[in-house]
Design a protein around this ligand. Structure first.
Ligand SMILES: Cc1cc2nc3c(=O)[nH]c(=O)nc-3n(C[C@H](O)[C@H](O)[C@H](O)COP(=O)(O)OP(=O)(O)OC[C@H]3O[C@@H](n4cnc5c(N)ncnc54)[C@H](O)[C@@H]3O)c2cc1C
Ligand SMILES: *[C@@H]1O[C@H](CO)[C@@H](O)[C@H](O)[C@H]1NC(C)=O
Ligand SMILES: *[C@@H]1O[C@H](CO)[C@@H](O)[C@H](O)[C@H]1NC(C)=O
Ligand SMILES: *[C@@H]1O[C@H](CO)[C@@H](O)[C@H](O)[C@H]1NC(C)=O
Ligand SMILES: *[C@@H]1O[C@H](CO)[C@@H](O)[C@H](O)[C@H]1NC(C)=O
Ligand SMILES: *[C@@H]1O[C@H](CO)[C@@H](O)[C@H](O)[C@H]1NC(C)=O
Length: 517
């Protein structure tokens, strides 16, 4: 994966070099007025390539250059770096960078230091990935480096027959990066987001202090950091809950042309979240008539059905795909088969438009192809949480009007519900104030420099929600003014600000989020 990341970064170089100089900060070898700690010189990189990598992310829209990139060998290196900034009269920013999969420069810092968290994870202990992920003797949790990728966590835990219970779609994200947001996916309705499945964290605060925190110990810091957008500390270790892993997965997609039928079925399924025989995973996709073959969606179906799907999409403009999965073992396959059949009987999808795959648990979790680095794109994404009360209006005004009319969306569009009671309101993340809300993700991909019209579409979506009184919250939000952030946090803003004053009073950490800087 390190190689892929490098390729990704290098492929962006061509794009980077065409940027006008006004977009790139003037370079300086110290940060601003502060010298960097001499003890760290072996791990500080100031070459142009390293800086260009650190000024690029998956969005490929924002490019800001740091003064240096640090490859920390240990938690102490991170602490030393932050302390050095903290004690300087004009502190420089420090941004942890996980795998750079954010889209709006959130892991960048102008003239400060980018902390390459992958380096920490590669340096834990001396045996690489095995010390990166340490499973407890009773196999109920794993201690994981903040810079580890979820695919590494899966690989190591599966060797012992266990695994985390809740996942993101793509596993090539870091543990620290996902926990700074929420970490959502098809298991969230049942087990909550990844932040709700953490027992303990090691954090280096904005004062450079190394703190172990949990619900019982330094709990203010623990709850602040989970979903805290990197604002209160750098996550260097997380203790993640584990459960016995299933062997295989029955994985289905069923098509709907009517939104209400689709969302009613989704909600019927998530209502059973606490039953032992609940399905294990649910998501949903929107298929659009946008001129491109919906390859990712249609490749799931037998080739002879694809023309039927294509013409249905043409006829209706929009088709919805409900996606469910049931896990099983060799010992209970028959029971689980019956359960799947019983479920299918209750669902009201278009007759005949359903397909099933039977895959290993590993293959199921690792189902999203790693983004192809050889063709540079921009990713002007919009991720929203939509309250159930407004979801039908949202479908009419956003999906069936703005998106269909604009007809520029290329890339997956996700639409699936989850239960609020699986989230913990003490954590920093902001969600709608309703028992059920939907994740709606417009995962647009554009040619490099063709992204402004997608951002216009995103803005039109948000403006429509505002007008129609649909109280959406952005996930992986890219608000650019403090006013917008204050509105985003609502009643949580005062607490968020207070935690900042306590744990990062000099505004050193993750300034690319544009919350305080
Ligand atoms: C193809 C793709 C699919 C995705 N699918 C999902 C999904 O299904 N569900 C979901 O929830 N998200 C998903 N994401 C979004 C993902 O959660 C975010 O990109 C997130 O930022 C994690 O990425 P990262 O590890 O590369 O962190 P980065 O993007 O590098 O960092 C994100 C932010 O967190 C901060 N940060 C990073 N590491 C740490 C740390 N150790 N301690 C403190 N702060 C830190 C950074 O400073 C930055 O502000 C997806 C992204 C992509 C590109
Ligand atoms: C995880 O394991 C799979 C299969 O054993 C292997 O192909 C893959 O390279 C591993 N990935 C990582 C990131 O370790
Ligand atoms: C917190 O402490 C209580 C009582 O000591 C204990 O039962 C509980 O498991 C602890 N919780 C965590 C998350 O450590
Ligand atoms: C929900 O659970 C009930 C009780 O076990 C079961 O009868 C019903 O079929 C389930 N519904 C769905 C959609 O899974
Ligand atoms: C969207 O545009 C494509 C061509 O770019 C076209 O094939 C398709 O019919 C259009 N869809 C709608 C709903 O107008
Ligand atoms: C698979 O088997 C293990 C024990 O062997 C069990 O704990 C687990 O719940 C089973 N998973 C499923 C999905 O049946």
């Amino acid at each position: 994966m390190a190689k892929t990341t490098l390729l990704l970064a290098v492929s962006f170089l061509a794009t980077m070099l065409t940027l006008s100089s006004s977009q790139v900060a003037p370079l300086s070898l110290t940060t601003t007025t502060c010298p960097l700690p001499p003890e760290l010189s072996p791990v500080l990189l100031t070459d142009q390539t390293s800086k260009l990598i650190a000024s690029t992310d998956y969005g490929n829209m924002v490019h800001v250059q740091p003064a240096a990139v640090a490859n920390p060998r240990s938690v102490d290196d991170i602490s030393l770096l932050i302390k050095s900034s903290y004690s300087c009269c004009d502190p420089y920013g420090v941004a942890a960078r996980g795998n750079g999969h954010c889209t709006k420069g959130q892991a960048m810092v102008r003239n400060g230091v980018v902390l390459n968290m992958r380096s920490l994870s590669n340096n834990v202990g001396n045996a690489g990935s095995s010390n990166n992920v340490v499973v407890s003797p009773d196999r109920t949790f794993a201690d994981v480096s903040g810079g580890a990728l979820w695919i590494e966590v899966l690989n190591e835990t599966l060797k012992l027959g266990v695994a985390p219970v809740t996942w993101t779609d793509l596993l090539y994200l870091t543990v620290g990066g996902a926990l700074s947001n929420a970490g959502i996916g098809g298991q969230t309705f049942r087990f909550g987001p990844q932040i709700a499945n953490v027992h303990e964290l090691d954090v280096v605060t904005g004062k450079g202090e190394i703190v172990t925190c949990s619900a019982n110990k330094s709990s203010e810091l623990f709850y602040a950091v989970l979903g805290g957008l990197g604002q209160f500390g750098v996550i260097t270790r997380a203790r993640i809950a584990l459960a016995p892993a299933p062997q295989r997965v029955k994985w289905m997609r069923l098509l709907y042309s009517d939104f209400t039928t689709f969302s009613n079925d989704q909600e019927k399924i998530i209502a059973n979240y606490s039953q032992p025989d609940s399905v294990d995973y649910i998501e949903g996709q929107v298929l659009l008539d946008n001129g491109t073959p919906n390859l990712w969606e249609t490749s799931f179906f037998p080739t002879e059905v694809v023309p039927t799907i294509t013409s249905l999409v043409k006829e209706k403009g929009v088709v919805y795909a409900l996606e469910v999965a049931i896990y099983y073992n060799s010992t209970n396959e028959e029971i689980k088969d019956q359960q799947m059949k019983q479920l299918i009987r209750q669902l009201k999808n278009e007759r005949g438009l359903a397909a099933m795959k039977d895959v290993t648990y590993y293959k199921f979790l690792d189902r999203i192809p790693v983004p192809d680095p050889s063709i540079p794109h921009s990713h002007p994404w919009l991720n929203l949480f939509v309250p159930k009360s407004g979801v039908s209006k949202f479908n009419d005004g956003v999906v069936r009007d703005i998106i269909m009319r604009t007809n520029i969306t290329v890339g997956p569009v996700l639409f699936y519900p989850m239960n609020r009671n699986k989230w913990d309101d003490k954590m920093s993340v902001v969600i709608p104030d309703e028992e059920i809300f939907y994740a709606f993700s417009l995962l647009s991909q554009s040619n490099v420099d063709d992204w402004p019209k997608y951002l216009d579409q995103n803005a039109a979506v948000l403006a429509h929600c505002e007008e129609a009184g649909i109280e959406v919250k952005q996930y992986l939000a890219g608000h650019s003014t403090q006013q917008d952030w204050i509105k985003h946090f609502g009643p949580k803003w005062a607490g968020f600000q207070q935690m900042k004053a306590q744990f990062d009073p000099k505004f050193i950490l993750s300034p690319g989020q544009k919350i305080f800087n």
